[in-house]
Design a protein around this ligand. Structure first.
Ligand code: ADP
Ligand code: MG
Length: 710
């Protein structure tokens, strides 16, 4: 569709905001800063909070310790100095005849404040009232300059007033006036064709009405509910967002179930052989996951399953056992992992496991080049290789499989949806098994993995010792070294990890390299120390990993290349430098590299600088628990879903209003309704569902195909 053609205004919601009466090109630019381009975007620009201006209180009635709203005239304003003139504070004293109150700004552009808060101006202010020197004051209040008579101003007074998020040059009154124009002029165009039956069952109000109420709440609305975004209007809008997401996922899931795939009915002789030669027995949780996988594989439809199991729970062997069943049926299995180091490790382990059974394994990374690479391609194409292990290189166009039966994606949170889709496309509807150690909170699992079946490995192999985690300040560095020394002397091995943030990649690399030198020369001259980072050539990396695995290296200084998957049971100490720079889930992943053997392990988080309050909370959470689920919940809470590990690239539609943590109960209801609807009408062919289908397509905008391939 060409947006510049006039007829597109047939859908009036797509009208550029600029053409709304009173907006124009200048304000349109400011709206754009807020991500608002069309009238529809404008409607979704909901108030960030609400103020009760139904009855304006006198200043003398405002209570300290509460968030209050008042009205008055500026009697006096200017800069005041405190602490021997070291501290400048801009102040405005407002009065209304009943009393006075001081508004204070401790930072901000003084020139601007002076211009805006001139003596004689009248304003509405709100914020938490405090007592100071027998005076009431509010720090950094929300303010609104009042012009004209408030008695006649029914938009800004005498009601519950919406407060929007402002941007420089676009303030409350203007925003409120324009939003009123938009809501009055366009809210009728909105539609959410959720079937009547569901609307009734869920007690939903009319969709357009929901927007009207959320922007300009009627008299009787509860201020508290509005501010918690729990009003009926909010609920209706949030339900709509969740419902269409879940409907898409439900259809996707149904769709996969309807596709034909290969039914793998293997006797399991190969996998039994492997089980017999293993030095351990599967845990009950591993057995259960494997049984679920086998059941899926036997069905004539492609499997689409996620194995979720905390770091070290033993997902790899389960995947390999599944792979062997496919091999037994004459097909191939591919395993894709996100880093070269991990891929190498898988290659070494899996080869050790399956080659004695006569199964041929190939490694494919981007570092294998030229004729060697061509030869591997060839062997894959001819089916001479049965298990292919690789990085992204596996999904390159040139890679053709003889018969791909099972696509396994390890540490799937590291991959985008698109890449997963590509691997799946390498075969005629292969089974797909994705694995993740990132424990996804239930709510998130319902959204990003909403179309997958989930197997949980919720048990650790026996004999694991829990990892003790301790946060050390820089001043305790020597104590940390003491622990390292003790453990190495006992025969254990140690990881020392450096963060590698993209912006300062070079710098950190230098840090890590220097650190390795320093440790070698000054701190542990008697120990064997190695360095591993992402910029090294793959054979170098391989050699270092091998040396570490064989115990030839005792202390490995590494960047986060070791973050996922690496398995060295003899390693019992990890020191994380600049721990404050890592996210919780990442720290948990890193920590998962130790405590994999029989030894009690210690993870030392060195917080280098005086960390922020937020960082402190984060690191303390690591001390408190080893439970990946709890950590993920906390991470999600601290960072919000957008930043949560890997979600951003998930390819799912964004929520404009809904918040998966806050709104979980609505999510659960919406999911239930969506899945029920698809159960009853899998292709949405009923007449009453046509509009639904259209709305769905519009919201998922072509992502429907990709987003849920898993
Ligand atoms: P993750 O789930 O983090 O990918 P891995 O598959 O790397 O974990 O397994 C971690 C370690 O535990 C490996 O050394 C693996 O061989 C071992 N392991 C897996 N299952 C068991 C088991 N049932 N008993 C003992 N050790 C196991
Ligand atoms: Mg793993």
């Amino acid at each position: 569709m060409n947006r510049s053609q006039p007829q597109h205004f047939r859908n009036r919601l797509l009208t550029p905001i600029q053409y709304v009466k009173g907006v124009g090109p200048r304000l349109a630019k400011l709206f754009e800063k807020k991500g608002i381009q069309t009238v529809e975007d404008g409607l979704y620009f909901l108030p960030r909070c609400y103020e009760d201006r139904r009855h304006l209180q006198k200043i003398s009635e405002l209570k300290a310790g509460k968030k209050e709203t008042g009205f008055g005239e500026i009697l006096l304003s200017g800069t005041a100095f405190y602490q021997n003139r070291k501290r400048r504070v801009f102040e405005a004293v407002v009065g209304d005849g009943s009393g006075t109150l001081t508004l204070k700004w401790f930072h901000g552009n003084e020139h601007y404040l002076k211009e805006r808060f001139k003596k004689g101006r009248r304003l509405i202010f709100s914020g938490e009232v405090r007592w100071f020197n027998y005076q009431k004051e509010i720090h950094h209040p929300d303010v609104e300059i009042v012009e004209g008579e408030i008695e006649e101003d029914y938009l800004n007074f005498k009601r519950i007033v919406p407060i929007y998020s402002e941007t420089e040059g676009l303030y409350q009154r203007t925003l409120r006036r324009l939003m009123k124009t938009i809501v009055d002029g366009y809210s009728d165009e909105l539609s959410s064709p959720i079937p009547e039956e569901i609307v009734e069952r869920q007690d939903l109000i009319d969709f357009s009405e929901a927007f009207r109420r959320v922007h300009f709440p009627p008299e009787g609305e509860s201020l508290e509910k509005l501010n918690l975004q729990r009003s009926d209007g909010h609920r209706r809008i949030i339900f709509d967002e969740f419902f269409f997401l879940e409907l898409g996922l439900a259809l996707k899931k149904k769709g996969v179930a309807l596709e034909t795939g290969i039914s793998f009915r293997a006797e399991g002789a190969l996998s039994q052989k492997l089980l017999n030669q293993l030095s351990f027995r599967l845990t009950r949780a591993q057995e259960k996951a494997l049984a679920e996988i086998i059941e899926d594989m036997e069905k004539p439809h492609p499997m689409n399953r996620l194995i979720q199991g905390d770091v070290g729970s033993g997902k790899t062997i389960v995947a390999v056992l599944a792979g062997l069943r496919v091999v037994e049926c004459g097909c191939q299995a591919a395993i894709m992992a996100p880093t070269e180091v991990l891929t190498e490790q898988h290659y070494l382990n899996i080869r050790r496991w399956v080659e004695p059974l006569g199964v041929r394994v190939a490694l494919l990374t981007s570092n294998i080049k030229g004729s060697e690479r061509e030869e591997i391609y060839d062997r894959i194409r001819r089916g001479e290789v049965q298990i292919v292990i690789g990085t992204h290189a596996v999904i390159q166009e040139q890679v053709e499989f003889y018969r791909l039966g099972l696509a396994i994606i390890d540490e799937q949170h590291k991959f985008g949806v698109v890449q997963r889709g590509l691997l799946k496309k390498k075969g005629g509807n292969p089974d797909v098994l994705v694995m993740t150690a990132t424990p996804i909170p239930r709510t998130l699992a319902m959204t990003i993995y909403g179309d997958l079946d989930i197997s949980l490995i919720d048990e650790m192999p026996p004999g694991r010792m829990p990892v003790e985690t301790r946060v050390f300040p820089e001043s305790a560095r020597n104590r940390a070294y003491g622990i390292v020394e003790e453990e190495v002397k006992k025969g254990r091995q140690v990881f020392i990890v450096y963060p590698l943030v993209e912006e300062s990649e070079k710098l950190d690399l230098r840090d890590a390299t220097r650190m390795a030198e320093h440790l070698k020369k000054d701190v542990f001259p008697a120990f064997r120390i190695g360095l591993l980072h992402g910029r090294m050539k793959s054979d170098e990396k391989e050699a270092i990993m091998m040396a570490f695995k064989e115990g030839k290296i005792q202390i490995l200084v590494a960047t986060t290349v070791i973050e996922v998957g690496i398995d060295i049971p003899n390693a019992s100490v990890m020191v994380v430098e600049h721990a404050e720079r890592f996210g919780l889930s990442q720290l948990h992943q890193l920590r998962g590299r130790i405590g994999r053997g029989r030894y009690p392990s210690t993870c030392i988080l060195l917080a280098q600088y005086r960390s922020s309050e937020e960082a402190k909370v984060r690191l303390q959470a690591m001390e408190r628990t080893n439970d990946g689920f709890k950590i993920a919940e906390q991470d999600l809470e601290l960072r919000g879903p957008g930043d949560f590990f890997g979600i951003r690239q998930s390819g799912l539609p964004d929520f404009r209003v809904a918040h998966i943590l806050r709104d979980t109960p609505i999510l659960i209801e919406a999911r239930k309704e969506a899945f029920r609807l698809v159960q009853e009408d899998p292709d949405l062919v009923e007449l009453s569902h046509l509009a639904l289908k259209e709305a769905l397509m519009r919201r998922w905008k072509g992502r429907l195909e990709l987003a849920a391939i898993g």
